[in-house]
Design a protein. Structure first.
Length: 156
């Protein structure tokens, strides 16, 4: 793991993630930051931090392992793994994620997490994911459910 001076924000993000501290994770993002992965497409530190806190609150068995981080004052990348029970189906998931970041003034401005949606859906959704997890309709359905869950979570 490398982190030249000025590139600590990516390290802080994953340290907070491992400590299950959603507020500290949110503090790593610029107010107007963006986050995207195969499920979420979010704008603003509040929504991004809310997503992380929702996932932490909904996954009491969530374990995060950071395999590699490289960052500097303007960009970063990380490879990390998440192990948890998907709450909607009670199925175990082991997700492998590649993250990329842009950084400005020691805050994350863009964060993209990339993982195999079909691989994830086969684990999380079981037979439905195995048969249909590669289809745009299943991905769309998962994205809509996740967005509604986040909206409800942020509304209290």
């Amino acid at each position: 793991m490398t982190s030249p001076s000025g590139g600590r924000v990516v390290h802080r993000l994953y340290e907070a993630f491992q400590a299950r501290d959603g507020a500290a994770m949110q503090a790593c993002y610029a107010d107007d930051a963006t986050f995207r992965d195969p499920v979420f497409d979010l704008q603003g530190a509040r929504r991004i931090g809310g997503m992380w806190q929702m996932l932490l609150d909904g996954g009491p068995d969530l374990v995060v392992e950071v395999v590699d981080i490289e960052s500097d004052a303007v960009s970063g990348r990380a490879r990390w793994e998440a192990r948890y029970t998907f709450s909607a189906t009670a199925r175990p998931v082991h997700n492998l994620i590649d993250a990329t970041f842009t950084i400005h003034a020691d805050r994350i401005t863009t964060h993209v997490d990339d993982f195999g949606f079909w691989r994830w859906s086969r684990q999380a959704l079981g037979p439905t994911g195995q048969l249909l997890g590669w289809t745009p309709s299943v991905r769309s359905q998962v994205q809509r459910r996740a967005a509604r869950s986040l909206d409800r979570y942020l509304a209290g």
